[in-house]
Write a protein of this length. Structure first.
Length: 82
């Protein structure tokens, strides 16, 4: 099984391979933050679905997107947190 590259690993590689230019690096950082956001939201949804399924033997389909985005915003300060 191949391991998926994390947003942090992606950021490191991109910065290593990009000439030092604060505008390009800022763009790379924004993309890494967006990747991180998706990772955290996905992890939250998976954890909640797994916990709910193990407790109730079925998985509800509603509410996970809103709750996962709420979790991210409360924990990390939103997508555009600089």
């Amino acid at each position: 099984m191949s391991k998926k590259q994390s947003s942090i690993e992606w950021l490191f590689v991109e910065l290593l391979n990009t000439p030092k230019d604060k505008f390009e690096w800022h763009t790379i950082l924004r993309k890494a933050k967006a990747m991180h956001r998706e990772e955290m939201i996905s992890s939250y949804k998976n954890a909640m679905a797994s916990a709910y399924f193990n407790t109730h033997n079925w998985m509800p389909q509603e509410g996970y997107i809103h709750k996962s985005e709420q979790y991210y915003n409360e924990t990390f300060g939103g997508q555009d947190n600089e």
